[in-house]
Design a protein around this ligand. Structure first.
Ligand code: F6P
Length: 323
C-alpha cells in the first residue's frame, strides 16, 4: 500500500480534525503518500482529491468542524455514482481509504468495498454515539458538554421564573446525548427513543415536583423521541397537566455539532485515527476502528451498521432516583 486517502462524511463532529491529523501524520510516519478527499463521497465522485503533508494538518487538533469538509451524498447511493468514485480513486492511484463518519458513511463504505474491494477502515465520527463497536464516538463528549453548558444556563433562568423548560438535544435515532447531558444537568425527566416514556409519566414527575414546591423543572428531549420534538411534547404536556405551569421550549440544534473538541475527544480522535491507519496497514479492511474498554478493536462495517448499541439502563434508573 502506497497511497491512502482520508475523508469525512455525514454530520460533522468536533474531533474530526484531530482524527484527520492522526491519520495523515501516522501515514507519513510509515512512509505512505497521504491524500484528502474533499466533501466525502461527493468529492470522491468529482475527483476532488488533494495531497496532504504534515503541515496541511498543523494547528487543527483544537479546531471543530472538518478541514476536509463533509456532505451526505445522494449520488454515491447509486451504482453509477460509486463507479465514478472508483474511477477517480484509480486515476489518483489511491489504494487504501480511511472513512471518518457515522452510520450512513459506513453503509456506503461497505457497499463500495463489496463492489470494488478497495481496502477501507473507518473511524467513528458522529456526535450521536450510536455506533456499535466503540464505547464512544468522535465528538460525542464535546456535544454533551456543549449541551450541558446550555442546560446549566437555562436552569438559571428557569429557576428565576419558576418555569418548566423542554430542551431538545440532537440524536436522530439515539438518546445518548440526552441521557448524559440530562443526568449531569439534573434534569427532572429525560425522553429518548430507546425507552418509551408516556406523556402521563412525564406529567406525574412534573406534578410531584410542583407538589414539593419545586420552582423549576428541566425536561431533556432527544430529537428522535417517539412523543415528538420538544415543542410537540411541551404542547401535549400543556394539554394534559392540571396544575398552573409556565412552559418554555429551547432547541439546542447545531451548536452541539460545533466548537473546540474537549481533551477527551482530541485523545479519542487521535487514537482512532492512528488505529484506523495502522489497521489498514496491517491488512484490516471493511471494518471500523473502535475503542471498547480502553482497547482498540476492529468491527466489521456490517455489524456497526446493523447492530444496536444499547444504552446503559442503569443510568436511567439512577436518573429517576436522583431527580
Ligand atoms: O447524525 C448527527 C446529527 O447531528 C443528528 O443528531 C441530527 O439528527 C442530524 O445529524 C442533523 O443533520 P443535518 O445537519 O443534516 O441537519
Amino acid at each position: 500500500m502506497k497511497r491512502v486517502a482520508v475523508f469525512t462524511s455525514g454530520g460533522d463532529a468536533p474531533g474530526m480534525n484531530a482524527c484527520i491529523r492522526a491519520v495523515v501524520r501516522g501515514g507519513l510516519h510509515y512512509g505512505l503518500e497521504m491524500f484528502g478527499i474533499i466533501r466525502g463521497y461527493n468529492g470522491m465522485i468529482k475527483g476532488d482529491i488533494i495531497p496532504l503533508n504534515s503541515q496541511s494538518v498543523s494547528n487543527i487538533v483544537q479546531r471543530g468542524g472538518t478541514i476536509l469538509k463533509s456532505a451526505r451524498s445522494k449520488e454515491f447511493m447509486t451504482p453509477e455514482g460509486r463507479k465514478k468514485g472508483y474511477d477517480q480513486l484509480k486515476a489518483h492511484g489511491i489504494d487504501g481509504l480511511i472513512a471518518i463518519g457515522g452510520n450512513g458513511t459506513f453503509t456506503g463504505a461497505e457497499i463500495f468495498f463489496n463492489e470494488f474491494q478497495i481496502p477501507t477502515v473507518g473511524a467513528p465520527g458522529t456526535i450521536d454515539n450510536d455506533l456499535y463497536g466503540t464505547d464512544y464516538t468522535i465528538g460525542y463528549d464535546t456535544a454533551v458538554n456543549t449541551a450541558l453548558d446550555a442546560i446549566d444556563k437555562i436552569r438559571d433562568t428557569a429557576d428565576s421564573h419558576d418555569r418548566i423548560f423542554f430542551i431538545e438535544v440532537m440524536g436522530r435515532d439515539s438518546g445518548y446525548i440526552a441521557v448524559q447531558s440530562g443526568i449531569s444537568g439534573g434534569a427532572e425527566s429525560i425522553l429518548i427513543p430507546e425507552e418509551r416514556q408516556t406523556i402521563d409519566d412525564v406529567v406525574s414527575v412534573l406534578k410531584a415536583g410542583f407538589d414539593r414546591k419545586k420552582s423549576s423543572s428541566i425536561v431533556v428531549v432527544a430529537e428522535g423521541d417517539e412523543e415528538g420534538h420538544a415543542a410537540e411534547v411541551a404542547e401535549k404536556i400543556k394539554a394534559t397537566i392540571d396544575v398552573p405551569v409556565d412552559i418554555r421550549v429551547t432547541n439546542l440544534g447545531h451548536i452541539q455539532r460545533g466548537g473546540s473538541p474537549t481533551a477527551y475527544d482530541r485523545i479519542l480522535s487521535s487514537r482512532l485515527g492512528l488505529g484506523a491507519l495502522e489497521g489498514l496497514l496491517n491488512g484490516q479492511k471493511n471494518v471500523m476502528a473502535g475503542i471498547v474498554n480502553d482497547e482498540l478493536i476492529y468491527t466489521p462495517f456490517h455489524d456497526t451498521i446493523t447492530k444496536k448499541k444499547v444504552i446503559n439502563s442503569d443510568l436511567l434508573r439512577m436518573a429517576s432516583i436522583l431527580r
